[in-house]
Design a protein around this ligand. Structure first.
Ligand SMILES: [Fe+2]
Length: 135
């Protein structure tokens, strides 16, 4: 069963970002599938690299909607994107260096991070964008 399932409760009220979140969750599920099929850390890392590349693009799209002066959570939200990206890149580096990694634990962390980030930070951004008439 896919670990990350998008439903309307995740919507932040910005169709472009909702579509990106759906794609992000689909990529989390692809990482899960790669791990569950036991093709080895390198195949899972490849799926994770695809997810990371997409996440970087997606974060940039969200950040382009943030107005530094009026959006109170600007620093917090930027920091959360940075933390999530750093954590994934550290994990990828460990895989690349053949260090022992716990794929399942990382996957659980990743899917929880994505869900919580959308439900908290991104929905807050959605409310701000609607309140300020930016969407
Ligand atoms: Fe975000």
């Amino acid at each position: 069963m896919p670990i990350a399932i998008w439903d309307a409760s995740f919507s932040i009220g910005v169709p472009e970002i909702d579509a990106q979140h759906q794609r992000l969750m689909a990529l989390v599920n692809e990482v899960e599938a790669a791990i569950l099929e036991h093709h080895g850390a390198e195949i899972a890392a490849k799926a994770l690299r695809t997810l990371c590349d997409y996440a970087v693009e997606h974060f940039a799209a969200e950040e382009a909607l943030m107005d530094m002066d009026s959006y109170a959570d600007y620093d917090k939200h930027m920091g959360a994107h940075m933390d999530g990206t750093t954590k994934a890149l550290e994990f990828l580096q460990a895989v690349g260096e053949d260090k022992p990694v716990d794929m399942q634990a990382f996957l659980a962390y990743l899917s929880q991070w994505v869900r919580e980030h959308i439900m908290e930070m991104d929905q807050g951004l959605g409310r701000h964008l609607r309140a300020t008439g930016r969407v």
